[in-house]
Design a protein around this ligand. Sequence first.
Ligand code: C2E
Ligand code: MG
Ligand code: MG
Length: 652
Amino acid sequence: MKERTLRFTSAKAMAKLLIGVFALVAAVVGGVIWLGIATERTVEENARQLVDRHIPELDAIGAMQAAVGAQVNQLYLYYATTNSSGFRDASESLRAKIRRQSMLLARAEFVADHERLTAHLKGFDEAVASFDREMAGPNRDWDALREHLAVAQKEADSMQAVLNELSGRIQSAASAGGSRTLEAIARLAWLQTSFNLSVVVVSAFILVALYGWVRYAGILAHRAYHDDLTELPNRRKLEKDLAGLLAESRGKAGGLILVNPDRLKLLSGTFGHAVVDALIVAFTRRLQEALAAQPDSTRLYSFSNGTWAILFRDDAARSGAQRIGKLLPTLTATPLTLADRDFTLAVSAGLAAFPADGDDPATLFRNADAALRLAQAAGGNRLHYYSREMSEQAVAWLSTEAALRQALTADQFELHYQPKIAAASGAVAGSEALIRWRRDGRLESPAVFIPVAEESGLIVPIGDWVLQAACRQWMTWRQAGLPALPVAVNISAQQFQQPDFPAKVAAALAATGMPAASLELEITEAVAADHPEKVVATMAALKATGVTLAIDDFGTGYSSLSYLKRFPLDTLKIDQSFVRAMESNANDATIVHLILGLARELGFKVVAEGVETERQRRLLADGGCDLLQGYLFSRPLPAAEFAAFVAPATTP
Ligand code: C2E
Ligand code: MG
Ligand code: MG
């Protein structure tokens, strides 16, 4: 969670940073481009001035100076030779040229110079005209002629001076423009370098951002197809792979196995989710290691939190299933050690094979899940195969759960009592209360509905009812004159773990007035999955009320005998599977004898359940078993019939 928030914040910060850097980079690049354009304009403007203005103006000035010089030369030639041939035409065309060129200088800036030039040209023209008249006249006055020549020369010199001055100004303007251009060109070079640099920086930044994005996208893609806790490919990936496998493996078979630890709710209720998560991770590693040795097509997924999916392809689905079916118990055989504590994990598994049990992912998921639920309902620690009947059973399970919710208020439960017989005397020495459900006119066996009640949590209110009903019945029998025979009540692990359970037992005894010593609580080894200190504390609280405690179905659980010493127990009930097998199987007979010997040593009373034959009775009695329970003596009986069963034995 922490990591998720962190990533989320950093994604946000990264977006902000990106926007900021982009804005900065855009501003810098924009500025550089703008400066570049402005500088280029300056250079262009200067060049245009030079080409369009200064050069033609200087040309015009040069042409005018040459024309003025030529005119003066013409004049002197005329004076010297007195030959006027061509003088007038030549001088007219020269003067026209001067006038034409001087038009080029008609800029506002040159108005004053132009006026001066025109005035001197006029003076020059007048002097030339006077000179020509005098030369053409009948009596040439040489003094006057020299006078005119001197005036013309003076005006020509003035024109040259104006033109020189103008040319000087234009040249300095042009050279100022030139140095401005040089500066601008230098700036352009600098701008180009900075622009190149910013391109490099921006490219580097884009590369870094792109790399970050690609990495982030990679993480997102990984998370989309992987489980956060175990890092295994998740259900979405499984669905994809399975769909691919089903599409490609025409004719090929395979299977989907869903694996779920037994009593997971109990574990998380007791040790907390963090411990359960750590257990899931630890068991995931075990599964991964074990499956690595399997054929390549065998793949492990996280189906949901605490449920694994194993997908395999096989020519014969059954052989793959058998392979994995054999593997699972070996994985749970050794306990998982977490923080110096050993946890024994049992797992249940459900298999749906393809194409037999479905040819699309949804159907296979549903059917594997149905098989898994049945494996759990059958006591767990096993692999169940899916079959069509199984899915019918799953439907029945759901309808049972719905009906169970009504059963308590509709008063559909009753208790039957199975006598316990003293092995030595053959007398009735007590009974076990066993629940029955009167459903649609028939009696439903607890084997059918207790697992449903446990899975749905309904076992707690049902258990409360059983406890109170058994106490009430005991009092009714006493009032009817029956002897004070102890009655045993079955307690499920969930009930046992309710914090107020010892208080509930005390309340039931107080409400009915039943003596605590006559009540025995039968608990199963499943309660040992809890913290041993907690189990011991609850047992001590129960013992303090005065009731006795028995371990039911002893020998079928996964716990060792070691807890026997720690727990304040009174009675061991040897599971009927040993009793049934002890006649035919020497091993089981040995186990039964071992249990009997151990119980004797630890001071426990021993009850054997499921005694069906005379031979079993004899073997158990000879072995020192205290109490016997089974069809050999009686089936569980309704309360009234139990009273009748007891009565002949107690009334002489
Ligand atoms: P359990 O406590 O081990 O009860 C013994 C079961 O063995 C009973 O089945 C009983 O009818 C059966 N049985 C007795 N003698 C023989 C015999 O000679 N041969 C065979 N084959 N079976 C014999 P039942 O009544 O169907 O109960 C099944 C289980 O349901 C019980 O096993 C117990 O774990 C659970 N259960 C029954 N009543 C309650 C209850 O009130 N609360 C809880 N939490 N569980 C209950
Ligand atoms: Mg029992
Ligand atoms: Mg039992």
